[in-house]
Design a protein around this ligand. Structure first.
Ligand code: NAP
Length: 255
């Protein structure tokens, strides 16, 4: 196949929140974009439309990252779309973003909640990435989304935060082992951002919002467009010498 010279980025969980902003800012940076959604197909289609208006190619594919048995079929679907819609046979950037949290005290977190976090966060970053390797271009890049909660601790986030800590460690191993293919791997760790995450608590609970803002040097919580530009930068050649780094994008929280 004659490959298009436009690079393709794949963002999991691109229908809303941080992933939506990453997808749009990647398109602004010149990428064609594949996003995934779990349930919100119409929101995902709206993101695709707004990227197409910018003159870039985009498609949305369904994916439940907690179902690792579906990863192989998903990769085959990506390969089909690359050929049919993008005139390409590789993706050049993979952003492991999709995910939800669990808000539960250590004392009462159930094994089911714990396993859900393993499946959504650790298994996706590990095995979806592994299955993507044959269609990830040499010289490409991976960004894994962590959380400030992997560095500092708030009550009731144990099961969630330790998965993010695992992702940060995994990123370094991926960077080490994929360096021979010139693939860069970095972690972005957002602070608290106003999205639907956690039932939209950071956005909708004014007391929580004010408490988090007070702990942040820049005096507010984050917004989705605080994050997407950093991810797009890391996926681009501007960051060609940035590798195996954890970048906290949080306005200076708990410093
Ligand atoms: P969000 O607004 O709730 O959006 C979540 C996205 O992930 C949606 O696109 C959703 O798809 C998708 N998704 C959820 N569960 C999924 C699953 N099992 N399989 C596949 N896709 C799934 O959340 P967000 O704030 O953008 O969070 C994005 C990432 O940033 C997460 O990894 C989160 O841990 C991390 N993060 C968030 C914050 C924060 O304060 N918001 C802070 C630090 C880190 P549908 O729209 O189809 O449901």
């Amino acid at each position: 196949m004659t490959s298009s010279s436009t690079k393709v980025a794949l963002v999991t969980g691109g229908s809303r929140g941080l992933g939506k902003d990453m997808a749009i800012q990647l398109a602004q940076k010149g990428f064609d974009v594949i996003i995934t959604y779990q349930s919100k197909e119409s929101a995902a289609k709206a993101v695709v439309d707004s990227i197409r208006v910018m003159g870039k190619k985009a498609v949305a594919l369904p994916l439940d990252v907690s179902q690792s048995s579906t990863y192989e079929a998903f990769v085959a679907q990506v390969q089909d779309k690359l050929a049919s819609e993008f005139g390409n046979d590789k993706i050049h950037a993979l952003v492991n973003n999709a995910g939800t949290g669990v808000y539960a005290a250590f004392e009462s977190t159930t094994e089911a909640q714990f396993d859900e976090m393993v499946n959504i966060h650790l298994k996706a970053a590990f095995f979806l990435t592994q299955k993507m390797l044959p269609i990830l271009s040499d010289g490409g890049s991976i960004v894994n989304i962590s959380s400030g909660l992997a560095r500092f601790s708030y009550p009731n986030y144990a099961a969630y935060a330790i998965m993010k800590a695992g992702i940060e460690s995994l990123s370094r191993y991926q960077a080490l082992e994929l360096g021979n293919r010139k693939i860069r791997v970095n972690t972005v760790a957002p602070g608290a951002i106003e999205t639907d995450f956690g039932g939209g608590a950071v956005r909708d609970n004014k007391d929580l919002n004010a408490m988090l803002a007070a702990q942040t040097a820049l005096g507010r919580v984050g917004l989705p467009d605080d994050i997407g530009g950093v991810v797009a930068f890391l996926c681009s050649d501007d960051a060609k010498w940035v590798n195996a780094q954890r970048i906290e994008v949080a306005g200076g929280v708990n410093i």
